[in-house]
Design a protein around this ligand. Structure first.
Ligand code: FAD
Ligand code: N01
Length: 548
């Protein structure tokens, strides 16, 4: 339907027509796809915009070698459709990126989602028209859409962070960011390669790149904790046993703090209640199980620094045992709190430093000075490379959202409102921005959880809320400022009771120069969070204003 331009402000004038839709969804990753599926099922007419040329989000963009999930495949997948979870078969314990991307495509086809998705389309602005209580969403295809609801499924780790190195554009070899990896194969054979960063992306890719390149130099600013994945082909018997009672397994996982790991061993007692022998045996058992579950060997390693020190030293000793050169091993030993930055999960990462074609350069005291046409300069030394890989992470949690020019009531932009850090109620809405929802936004468990599970919970809450408004003949929902302030205070209070804020992590925005330092995810655990959200809805959307 083509309408006039009533309600457009000056910045939007010049656009000849508006298309009306019931809801705009930005992003076609797992969040956008599920939001679309649910809206269509509820007889809405939504439209999705996606910058990429296909679905999958994270798994579309992050095609670097070795990319895979760190939550086990049987858990890192949609739960909303029993037939889907029965029909899909994972091949490995931790699914590799190509397989997760195939899964996303399979879901898109199976639920006929593509017809509603505009690919190769970036949303540039979203402005609230207060007179008509509607959003005007403009894309880079010079089109404007008028809608009652906006669902920002823009992703928490979807805006790459490329540090402003001097001369970054001057390099004459090949250069790639892990988060925007090319779609065609990258050949490392006989190449001298430099990689900057030692977070999860680097830790996954370094062992594979090292297998075929001539030489790999790793530039490390902060050493990271990493636990072996012990990845292997998925045990068919195990998969069948899970499928035999998949809904119950999913329900058990939803009761877990981070919405995964119900079938893994875990203890909640204090590390100080057991002797050295029991401690070591328990850590060893968790190490052999592998993966993120290592941190659930004791109940107090996340909040008690002394307890954490003991767990951290166990990991450091594993690194010392894996790396032959003791100087390199010490350089690879992290000194921050274990878990303060996201713990990585690897396959033969530390052992890779025993290869003759790999070396490690510490850039903590002497940062990368300059990228040159031939390589880079660090600590006065000119390293010559055929390829530079930036594994430098993301402008996490807020990056993609704040790249969109979002203007709410009274002309206030989200950028202005969040200048000192994001402020949301439940991580779902921000006051002054009616009917605009964020999925896995700051203030929600988000990246501290099994994200497909939390995405489903968010989307269900949002669509149920929209349907409630429709059924009750209500027009808008907006977070109240008091409720939002209380939520921000609660989120900070819980985070401050943990060891999370003790280091420079992307959870705090500390990896991006100039970004406000505030702990962004909700650390109270998924079950608590989901219960609060359900209570809020049950109590007629407590803390929100609903208007006719
Ligand atoms: P995304 O998948 O990031 O999708 C967002 C989409 O929005 C993107 O495709 C982007 O192009 C699009 N978009 C953004 N802005 C705009 C705009 N203005 N206009 C149009 N389109 C836009 N989580 C886990 O729980 N377990 C894991 O094992 C795990 N592994 C990960 C591995 C990697 C390498 C990374 C980077 C993240 C991982 N995560 C993991 C987190 C992962 O991001 C989530 O699990 C999940 O895939 C997020 O889905 P999403 O739909 O919310 O966001
Ligand atoms: O990014 P990161 P990532 N000079 O921010 C370094 C998910 N994920 O893409 O720590 C030199 O972790 C930076 O150093 P420092 C997961 O949630 C999951 O690896 O800031 N170095 C760091 O070493 C993860 O946490 C998987 O001191 C610079 C690195 O670059 C999140 O995505 C796999 C620098 C960035 O690490 C992000 O992971 C991949 C500079 N100027 C991703 N700037 C799984 O395993 C930055 N660095 C499932």
């Amino acid at each position: 339907m083509v309408l006039g331009t009533t309600g457009l402000n000056k910045k939007d004038q010049g656009f000849m027509s508006e298309q009306r839709v019931d809801a705009v969804i930005v992003g076609a990753g797992f969040a956008g796809m599920y939001a679309l599926h649910r809206l269509v099922k509820e007889n809405y007419h939504p439209i999705v915009f996606e910058t990429g040329d296909n679905v999958g989000g994270t798994w579309y963009w992050n095609r670097y070698p070795g990319a895979r999930c760190d939550i086990q495949s049987m858990e890192y997948s949609y739960t909303f459709d029993e037939d889907l979870q029965q029909d899909w078969n994972w091949s490995e314990k931790y699914a590799p990126q190509p397989e997760i991307l195939r899964y996303a495509n399979y879901v898109a086809d199976r639920f006929e989602l593509r017809q509603h998705i505009n690919f190769n389309t970036r949303v540039l602005t979203a402005r609230y028209d207060e007179i008509h209580q509607e959003w005007l969403v403009r894309t880079d295809q010079n089109k404007t859409y008028r809608t009652k609801f906006c669902i920002m499924a823009t992703g928490c780790l979807s805006s790459t962070n490329l540090p402003k190195f001097k001369g970054v554009d001057s390099f004459e070899g090949e250069s790639f960011h892990t988060g925007q990896w090319p779609h065609s194969p990258v050949d490392f054979n006989s190449k001298r390669i430099g990689i900057i960063g030692t977070g999860s992306s680097a830790i996954q890719s370094i062992p594979i790149i090292a297998q075929s390149c001539e030489h790999l130099t790793v530039f490390q600013r902060t050493a990271n904790y990493s636990i072996p994945a012990h990845n292997e082909p998925l045990d068919k018997q195990y998969a069948t046993s899970i499928k035999n009672s998949y809904p119950a397994f999913r329900a058990e996982n939803r009761e877990m703090f981070a919405a995964f790991g119900a079938h893994q061993s875990r203890w909640e007692d204090s590390i100080f209640d057991v002797d050295d022998e029991v401690r070591l045996a328990r850590f060893e058992k968790k190490w052999q199980e592998g993966g993120l579950g290592f941190t659930s060997a004791f109940g107090d390693t996340g909040a008690d620094k002394q307890a954490n020190d003991i767990a951290a030293e166990f990991v450091r000793n594993k690194i010392r045992a894996a790396v032959n050169d003791s100087e390199v091993a010490e350089l690879l030993c992290p000194d921050q709190v274990l878990g303060c930055k996201r713990v990585c999960v690897d396959s033969h990462y530390f052992e890779t430093y025993n290869k003759p074609n790999v070396n490690l350069v510490n850039v903590k005291e002497h940062p990368v000075e300059e990228i040159t046409p031939e390589g880079l300069i660090q600590n006065g030394q000119h390293y010559k490379f055929d390829m530079i890989i930036y594994a430098t992470g993301f402008d996490a949690m807020t990056g993609s959202l704040l790249k969109i020019d979002i203007e709410g009531k009274n002309g206030l932009s989200l950028q202005e409102k969040w200048h000192a850090g994001p402020r949301t109620y439940l991580g779902l809405c921000s006051s002054g921005f009616p009917n605009l929802f964020t999925v896995s936004g700051p203030g929600s468990p988000s990246v501290l959880s099994n994200m497909i599970i939390t995405i489903e919970q968010h989307v269900n809450w949002i669509i149920d809320c929209m349907t409630h408004l429709r059924d009750s003949k209500l027009s808008t929902i907006e977070a109240l400022e008091d409720a939002e302030n209380d939520w921000v205070d609660l989120t900070n209070e819980i985070a401050n009771g943990t060891l999370f804020p003790t280091c420079n992590s992307w959870y705090l925005g500390a990896n991006v120069p100039g970004k406000p330092r505030i702990f962004m995810p909700f650390v109270g655990g998924f079950p608590t969070y989901a219960e609060i959200c359900a209570d809020v809805a049950e109590q007629n959307y407590r803390g929100f204003e609903l208007t006719a």
